[in-house]
Design a protein around this ligand. Structure first.
Ligand SMILES: Nc1ncnc2c1ncn2[C@@H]1O[C@H](COP(=O)(O)OP(=O)(O)OP(=O)(O)O)[C@@H](O)[C@H]1O
Length: 262
């Protein structure tokens, strides 16, 4: 499939060209999705339920196959981390062992991985909980462990599928700030799937608005914001104005969706 497609543009973290996905039951989840994700950016995929955001993310992650089109990776491999809405931790394993897992799968012993696992846990504020079991943690703490596990191998690309949707608003805002800090420290690229206009504007450099049936990108919005983004940005007129702009694009996406069953 890749043979007929050119190389991705310079500074692309990953590019999608004409990606389509038809499930075996006939659902057209994606139709001709073109996307260039730039190295070092946070890009949100925003759209109504069922527009194919998760399908697109899963295809990038290699967890699902496109039925048409191509995924173009830059030279030098494409190590990635993924975070789902559920933290998906192993309940029988301590926090340390959950975060160690990706390094363990690469053949690193517990002792050899200790420093990296502990550093990653410290980055998410959980080094004091290395010996705890997931059941002893709050929802926000479990999500931090899940993020630490995704980042412990220092991937260039982090894929996140509505990771904070199940959390209360205060925890969600804290985790948004943590994600911005981690992304700045680790200089990774983030593709962030969300329903939330507010979250997408707060986090993203760019927002791609998707429409459903078939899933496709209908608008791309660059977010202009001061650095660092913080509480002052969250309550600023500039933030509200950009949320309004993105809401209008989302309303358009919903309006354009033809009335057809899935
Ligand atoms: N395994 C599957 N088999 C058949 N249809 C599927 C499958 N997975 C997803 N779909 C359908 O494909 C479409 C896109 O689903 P997807 O989960 O990617 O959307 P989404 O935008 O992520 O939705 P949400 O925001 O609700 O998670 C939907 O109509 C969904 O019902």
């Amino acid at each position: 499939m890749n043979a007929v497609f050119p190389a991705p543009p310079p500074a692309s973290a990953v590019s999608l060209r004409g990606v389509g996905k038809v499930f075996s039951n006939g659902t057209v989840a994606l139709e001709h999705l073109d996307l260039d994700i730039r190295q070092g950016e946070i890009l949100s995929l925003l759209g109504p339920s069922g527009c194919g955001k998760s399908t697109a993310l899963r295809i990038i992650a290699g967890l699902g196959e496109a039925t048409s089109g191509a995924i173009l990776w830059p030279e030098g491999g494409h190590e990635l981390g993924i975070v789902f809405q559920e933290p998906t931790l192993m309940p029988w394993a301590r926090v340390f062992d959950n975060v160690w897992l990706p390094l363990r799968l690469k053949g690193r012993s517990r002792a050899a991985a200790r420093a990296e696992v502990m550093a990653m846990l410290a980055s998410v504020g959980l080094d004091a909980f290395a010996g705890a079991y997931p059941r002893e943690l709050s929802g926000g703490m479990k999500m931090r462990v899940s993020i630490a596990r995704a980042l412990v191998t220092r991937p260039k690309l982090l894929l996140m599928d509505e990771p904070f949707a199940a959390l209360d608003e205060i925890t969600r805002q804290k985790l948004n700030d943590d994600l911005l800090r981690l992304q700045h420290e680790l200089k990774c690229t983030v593709v962030f799937v969300t329903h939330s206009v507010f979250e997408s504007v707060y986090l993203s450099d760019r927002i791609v608005v998707m429409a459903a049936r078939p899933g496709r990108a209908i608008a791309e919005i660059a977010v202009e914001a001061p650095a660092p983004r913080d509480e002052a940005f969250r309550v600023s007129d500039a933030y509200v104005a950009q949320c309004r702009r993105v809401s209008a694009a989302l309303a358009d996406a919903i309006g354009r969706a033809p009335e057809r069953p899935a």
